[in-house]
Design a protein around this ligand. Structure first.
Ligand SMILES: [Zn+2]
Length: 158
């Protein structure tokens, strides 16, 4: 059982409230928790045998990377990131998926090196606290902001 496949199944059934846009290689969804406002994931469409970027055929990999960059740029614009952070992990769920974090000064409070450092220096129990789950109205607002920027970038690329 794969959590990413579950979420993609929900998207395909029209039942995923976090879903924002479908691109050729993947789905852009916002994270269930929004401590880092605008935190977005880009889920590769197939589970398959590809658990590493280097498993993908070069043309497919290039497209996946290009689309991830487009989504990251949209996140950056929509949420006024000072810097984007990108993670492709997968020890838990080996299904290829990017974590895209818009970073702003102070977003890990005083954790890390006096407030500087990677997102994973912010305590997990705070990042995944119920208080960091947006209500429906806020969730829809975040999705609208991201979707609008993705659409703009896609139109610019035409
Ligand atoms: Zn999967």
């Amino acid at each position: 059982m794969c959590l990413i496949c579950d979420r993609i199944g929900m998207i395909r059934r029209g039942e995923n409230p976090w879903f924002v846009r479908e691109l050729e290689t993947g789905y852009a969804v916002i994270g269930d928790h929004q401590h880092f406002r605008g935190y977005t994931l880009f889920l590769y469409k197939e589970h398959g045998d590809a658990s590493e970027l280097f498993h993908l055929a070069p043309a497919r990999r290039a497209k996946f990377m290009e689309e991830m960059c487009l989504v990251a740029q949209a996140v950056s614009r929509a949420f006024h990131a000072e810097k984007m952070n990108y993670e492709l992990l997968g020890m838990g769920d080996s299904h290829l998926h990017w974590h895209l974090f818009p970073r702003v000064a102070g977003d890990i409070e005083t954790y890390g090196n006096r407030g500087k450092g990677p997102v994973w220096w912010y305590p997990m129990e705070k990042m995944y606290d119920d208080a960091a789950r947006p209500g429906e109205a806020e969730r829809e607002e975040i999705k609208r902001a991201l979707g609008r920027e993705i659409d703009r970038l896609l139109a610019e690329g035409d």
